[in-house]
Design a protein around this ligand. Structure first.
Ligand code: ARG
Length: 637
């Protein structure tokens, strides 16, 4: 309020009382409040309608805020005419807003340059790491019975024990971690669950493999690799039998006989022992699981990911599974077909969902049955408001079936709280990374490739204090940024050379920008506290230096948008929304460096400090965005 008074603005209009207005977490809402006030008076529209109609712009030349005039739903006038009239209702020389000029059916609104450094810089300095967050989003309505925060479960990564950690798991991990960070920053309670593929007939096969090829020594040395190799070896022996069964099925012959002997029989027997709680089989399985989880934890930490719960298919209780089946039966949707229990979704109004086996011919539970039961258990355990599954598009049909099954057992209410967040494939990863079968292999290879790129610049390399640490952080950023650059649904090509380049929109480039901003402050020999104090005591250089340079005004305009960008990101759950913004910010920054020197700036110490404050605020925004994406910003280059 004091700042606004200093700028000569009237007290902030009462529209800030609208629940949708977030003047305390979005600086654009301060400006929006004045715009809404002016437009409400000029049109007699409802303030809330006007507020919803004034969008934040995502291209600077189109203004800071943008009103598509038809959104006001005013009858009897052409939008272009109305736009010109609305423009006329703004005064010249408003302390916060330039007088707009209508453009077609749009009314673009530009912030007054002089107001920008005065409002945006202190705003960011005060909020630091929380700039961009909206802690009120996750709050429960205080009139509701449950006070406090809303709860979201994000289920992601979810690899299969003793199997390859493939690109789909990598993407799930990167995107899931981002979604978790995002919800947390918006005031939600977040529970991160890793739902391991740790149950099913393949564990019967692994058990059989262990009896033949298992080695305690190798398990102790390289547990994940050893389990992979045991599984691969037994699977190779099993393959001819599987092929024979497949062939029989294709030729319309009965497969029962083939599947009742050989490794088939051994596998099924082992899995039955597991499902029936045989102590010895169970102990072995439990050991495999524990060792795997220990290793996963170490590797996820490299991606700044920590799970609250390592759940998994094995953790689902038999009683819950039976309760689900009972409901399916009661609702008349459970059908026996050739010895298996199935749901024919087509019969129940879901075209395209086909028929799913829910309990197999050998009596074994299925992936689907376990998942349905898991939802019910999580409901009891966590009482969540929302649950998000981050899984590849290959399972689109599967998740439709899962949600539909919940509806069929009368739990449409629960199904409506679930969301499948999907993503496309990564092409060429296995061919480019050779025999990388574990997450740690993927990360190691990226780190090493990054280290090679760094070494090529011998001069720079000699100055890096801890090259191993930098290669690790930057190499991992490279993988993650490549993954988050485009919309989730798109497939992308895994390209080590491109992703480890410091040029182009890469993780390495973002890290370089952050390190460079960091060194500006160091070279100017000021601390953040000096700057914060200076902003309050000596705002003059802000007006005369920063507000008069277009590059700098544009940088401030972009910085002002960040909370609007995170709000959009929460709606679409696209990491690329944040990433694209960060690249716009860094491109704007690089055009500032030439015109805005900090050390030795003409105009003396006040100008140096004003510019240092600008760069420091930009660094803060970059840091906040990078952390939201799960990256670890490096301090120096
Ligand atoms: N483990 C599964 C796979 O690798 C992914 C699990 C996804 N989550 C779920 N609730 N089904 O394909």
């Amino acid at each position: 309020t004091a700042l606004l008074a200093e700028l000569g603005a009237d007290v902030i209009p009462a529209v800030t009382d609208l629940p949708a207005v977030h003047a305390l977490s979005r600086p654009t809402d301060i400006y929006r409040a004045y715009v809404v006030d002016i437009l409400t008076k000029a049109t007699a529209c409802e303030a809330s309608l006007v507020y919803d109609s004034v969008q934040s712009s995502n291209t600077l030349p189109h203004g800071d805020l943008l009103l598509p005039v038809p959104r006001l739903r005013i009858k009897g006038k052409k939008p272009a005419e109305l736009g010109a009239e609305l423009a006329a209702s703004f005064v010249d020389g408003h302390p916060l807003l330039q007088k707009p000029v209508a453009s077609g059916i749009h009314l673009p609104i530009f912030f007054a340059p002089r107001s920008l450094p005065r409002i945006i810089l202190p705003y960011i300095f005060q909020r630091e790491g929380s700039y961009g967050n909206d802690p009120t989003h996750g709050l429960r309505d205080t009139s509701a019975t449950h006070l406090g925060r809303k709860k979201v479960i994000v289920e992601f990564a979810s690899p299969n024990i003793a199997k390859e950690f493939h690109a789909g798991h990598l993407r799930s991990t990167v995107i899931g971690a981002y979604i978790s960070n995002l919800y947390k920053s918006m005031g939600w309670d977040v529970i991160k669950i890793n739902y391991l593929g740790d149950w099913g007939k393949q564990f019967g096969l692994l058990g059989v493999g262990w009896e033949r090829f298992g080695s305690e020594e190798e398990l102790a040395r390289e547990p994940l690799k050893h389990l992979l190799s045991v599984y691969a070896r037994i699977n190779a022996l099993f393959k001819p039998e599987q092929d024979a069964s497949k062939k029989a099925r294709e030729e319309g012959r009965d497969t029962a006989e083939i599947e009742s002997q050989g490794i088939y029989a051994e596998r099924n027997a082992f899995f039955s022992r597991l499902e029936n709680g045989d102590m010895e089989a169970f102990a072995l399985w439990e050991r495999f699981r524990r060792i795997s989880v220990e290793r996963y934890e170490l590797t996820y930490a490299r991606l700044n990911v920590e799970f609250d719960v390592y759940s998994g298919e094995s953790q689902v209780q038999t009683v819950t599974i039976e309760a689900v089946e009972k409901l399916l039966q009661e609702k008349g949707v459970y059908e026996e077909k050739n010895g298996s229990w199935t749901i024919d979704f087509e019969k129940h109004g879901s075209k395209g969902l086909g028929i799913a086996v829910v309990r197999g011919r050998t009596g074994a539970t299925t992936y689907l049955l376990r998942d349905v039961a898991a939802v019910l258990e999580r409901e009891k355990l966590y009482n969540f408001d929302k649950m998000i599954y981050v899984v590849s598009t290959e399972q689109d049909l599967y998740f439709k079936r899962l949600f539909k099954t919940l509806e069929l057992i009368g739990r449409a209410d629960l199904a409506s709280c679930l969301q499948h967040v999907n993503f496309g494939r990564v092409l060429g990863m296995s061919s480019r990374l050779g025999n990388a079968k574990l997450l740690s292999d993927i990360l190691d290879q990226s780190r090493d490739a990054m280290h090679d790129v760094m070494r090529r610049n011998t001069e720079k390399y000699a100055q890096v204090v801890n090259p191993d640490l930098v290669a690790e952080a930057v190499g991992i950023s490279a993988v993650m940024v490549q993954d988050m650059s485009a919309k989730r649904i798109h497939d992308y090509e895994f390209d080590m050379t491109r992703m480890t380049s410091f040029e182009g929109d890469t993780g390495a480039y973002l890290q370089y920008c952050h390190a460079r901003l960091n060194s500006i402050l160091r070279k100017a020999e000021v601390t953040r506290v000096d700057l914060a104090v200076h902003l309050i005591d000596h705002p003059d250089a802000l007006d005369t230096d920063l507000a008069e340079k277009q590059h700098c005004v544009d940088l401030l305009r972009l910085m002002a948008q960040y909370p609007d960008v995170t709000a959009t990101a929460l709606r679409n759950l696209e990491p690329s929304t944040i990433l694209t913004y960060l690249f716009r910010l860094t491109h704007q920054l690089s055009s500032c460096y030439d015109v805005l020197q900090v050390v030795g700036a003409e105009g003396g110490r006040d100008v140096t400090l004003a510019r240092a404050a600008l760069y420091e605020a930009a660094r803060q925004v970059l840091e906040n965005g990078m952390k939201l994406l799960g990256l670890s910003p490096v301090e120096s280059n």
